[in-house]
Design a protein around this ligand. Structure first.
Ligand code: FAD
Length: 154
């Protein structure tokens, strides 16, 4: 839909279009190929497509990097153990002060915001630190400001 070529592409690669990866072939625990099928686009605007019957094939592959972007934290480990509240997108649900509905459980950065920027992770972390301070001490003298990183450095 939007064609772009970055320096990484220019370094050399073969790009294939309108194919869907359906799975991997594996031998002795190592990936050996991608099972793919060609697609017919019904309506590119709505990203509606259907598989072309009989076009299934395997592309040789010995290393696969899944580049689908950040979705949400895996609901395993700590998140599962404490039954952390998640929103409809799978992010940890927090109030504006980074508190979850579970007393003593806070979240900051991508885990509650989704894929974002380092500056937001820093600001969220500072906000969470203040909330944690309040939770533990009953009050906090840490700066309460979206731009606390700037205020503190002044
Ligand atoms: C490829 C890529 C490029 C990016 N480029 C930019 C950019 O140019 N500029 C920009 O501003 N942002 C960029 N970002 C986004 C930025 O990296 C994130 O927004 C930021 O790192 C989020 O910080 P965070 O502390 O919330 O999470 P993270 O940096 O993801 O830190 C979470 C940490 O928690 C650890 N962890 C996870 N689960 C557990 C567990 N159960 N127990 C203990 N530890 C655990 C992880 O190992 C990790 O160290 C990029 C992100 C990616 C993936």
């Amino acid at each position: 839909m939007i064609f772009s070529a970055t320096s990484s592409h220019e370094e050399g690669c073969d790009r294939q279009w309108s194919i869907l990866t359906k799975g991997f072939t594996v031998s002795n625990g190592e990936v050996t190929g991608l099972k793919v099928v060609e697609l017919d686009w019904i309506d590119p605007a709505t990203r509606n497509f259907k598989e072309k019957p009989g076009t299934e094939t395997v592309l040789p592959c010995d290393y696969a990097m899944i580049a689908i972007g950040y979705q949400h934290p895996d609901p395993v480990g700590l998140l599962k153990d404490v039954n952390a509240p998640l929103n409809n997108w799978g992010m940890v649900e927090v109030d504006p002060n980074m508190r979850t509905s579970i007393p003593g459980l806070f979240a900051a950065g991508d885990a509650q915001r989704g894929q974002s920027l380092v500056v937001w992770a820093l600001a969220d972390g500072r906000k969470a630190a203040r909330s944690i301070d309040e939770y533990l001490m009953g009050e906090s003298h840490l700066v309460q400001n979206e731009m606390s990183a700037v205020v503190i450095s002044e």
